[in-house]
Write a protein that binds this ligand. Structure first.
Ligand SMILES: Nc1ncnc2c1ncn2[C@@H]1O[C@H](COP(=O)(O)OP(=O)(O)O)[C@@H](O)[C@H]1O
Ligand SMILES: N[C@@H](CCC(=O)OP(=O)(O)O)C(=O)O
Length: 412
């Protein structure tokens, strides 16, 4: 049965500025005839060109790349497919995988290994996010893989499709691109079901679709189309659209740079920011920051991040990555905003009222200039604020106006 990318007519790729591109083993490995089973650049080169084109268009790409196990297999004689063997092979192949992408990338590549546990833990999640943002700011290409050596059972995301969806949410991407060895999603297994039809657009990932995609992976991949659809469903919930396409077809890959997709587009179910802010609105808070009038105006009028200078008092005990409420000074004042705090309560206690350039001098390190970044902050309507529970601790009268920092502290 002939399955071709022509099954998938061109459609517009949603506008994007930051994307996560996932490249599966099926595109990188398995051409034993030419590469002794190691990594083969024949398809990866086109994808690397797409990444370079994106950079030239002032866009950012984070790469999630499989292929470590396949690369490991080419370095050592080992039969079988057991989990411990795969972990060892991933370890043997990971350095080659990074070297492989570096050989194709005009900019420095950076290795990032993650597990599910890293992304479930709010502090490690924030740390990973900050590192990835910094890598992008520096102009590097982050190349992410699952940390297979330590990832088993509940630590494991299990497949890089789901890892890519988690990363898309982690880095606030507006698009998830999944390159694989088939044109897109079919209504049945494309190699086994003669009646399988191509599906160009998916408005919602239904159980029926998941069933249609459950026919298993190709010879080299792990998840098959099912994990790609599961990943797309997760991304959709986080407000990110997913494009599934054939990374083996040079024209399909080149068309992406021009905003055309030949493949399957899974729509986002909500706006990305709305999904995040919705979560923030309802997540339980562990503390409260009392902020001054300058800070309140900056948050409302300029959509600013909260810098230390605008904080007057700290209430409750919280850790980096916890949700805190922002309130004006004064008993009975309503919750104005909620957000993820970048420093713990002791650190914020030392930083309050001070200029952000002094952060390192005051606490010995620095995660960034803001206490609550504007991307991690939701301003509440009056109705939300009224519904919020009261402060976790009584108002701290020790905070004197004399310690309030300059309002120009609240930048961005
Ligand atoms: N409904 C379906 N539509 C498309 N592909 C499917 C479907 N069901 C199963 N597949 C299989 O999924 C494979 C892609 O997944 P996989 O082998 O895991 O690749 P990767 O290494 O890119 O993750 C396809 O080559 C195809 O054989
Ligand atoms: N972490 C493994 C990849 C696991 C995986 O999801 O593979 P794939 O289905 O090819 O994307 C590796 O690097 O080999």
């Amino acid at each position: 049965m002939h399955r071709a990318v022509q099954d998938f007519p061109a459609q517009a790729l949603p506008a994007w500025r930051r994307a996560v591109l996932k490249v599966g083993s099926s595109l990188l490995a398995g051409f034993a005839d030419q590469c002794g089973g190691g990594l083969d650049p024949r398809y990866a080169a086109g994808l690397a060109r797409f990444i370079a084109d994106a950079r030239a268009q002032q866009r950012e790409v984070v790469l999630v790349s499989s292929g470590a196990v396949a690369a490991g297999r080419s370095r050592i004689e080992a039969g079988g497919n057991g989990i411990v063997l795969r972990q060892a092979l991933a370890s043997l192949g990971q350095a080659s995988l990074i070297a492989f992408w570096q050989g194709l990338s005009p900019v420095p590549v950076a290795q990032v290994l993650l597990t599910h546990d890293d992304l479930r833990n709010r502090r490690r999640y924030l740390n990973a996010r900050a590192s990835l943002r910094e890598l992008l700011r520096l102009g590097a290409l982050p190349v992410i893989n699952e940390n297979d050596t330590v990832a088993v059972d509940e630590l494991k995301l299990g497949d890089n499709d789901n890892l890519a969806a988690a990363v898309a949410s982690l880095v606030d991407a507006d698009l998830l691109l999944i390159a694989t060895d088939i044109g897109g999603l079919y209504s049945g297994h494309p190699q086994r079901d003669p009646n399988a039809r191509p599906i160009s657009q998916v408005a919602a990932v239904t159980p029926e679709l998941l069933l249609a995609a459950s026919g298993g992976a190709g010879a080299l991949g792990t998840g098959g189309m099912r994990t790609k659809l599961e990943a797309a469903a997760k991304a959709a919930t986080a407000g990110v659209a997913t494009a599934l396409f054939c990374g083996r077809d040079a024209q399909v890959v080149a068309a992406l740079s021009e905003g055309r997709l030949h493949g399957t587009l899974v729509a986002a179910r909500t706006d990305r920011l709305r999904a995040r802010k919705q979560w923030l609105r309802h997540a339980p808070a562990n503390g409260c920051l009392r902020i001054d009038a300058g800070a309140i105006a900056a948050l409302h009028e300029r959509g600013a991040s909260l810098l230390p200078g605008g904080v007057v008092a700290v209430e409750g005990e919280f850790r980096r990555g916890d949700v805190v409420e922002l309130r004006a000074v004064g008993e009975g004042s309503a919750v104005l905003a909620r957000g993820l705090v970048q420093y713990n309560s002791v650190e914020v206690g030392r930083l309050k009222g001070r200029h952000s350039r002094d952060i390192e001098a005051l606490i010995g390190f620095r995660y960034g200039e803001s206490l609550v970044h504007r991307d991690d902050l939701v301003l509440l309507e009056r109705a939300d604020a009224a519904a919020s529970p009261g402060p976790t601790q009584p108002f701290d009268d020790d905070a004197s106006d004399a310690r309030i920092g300059p309002s120009q502290e609240l930048s961005q």
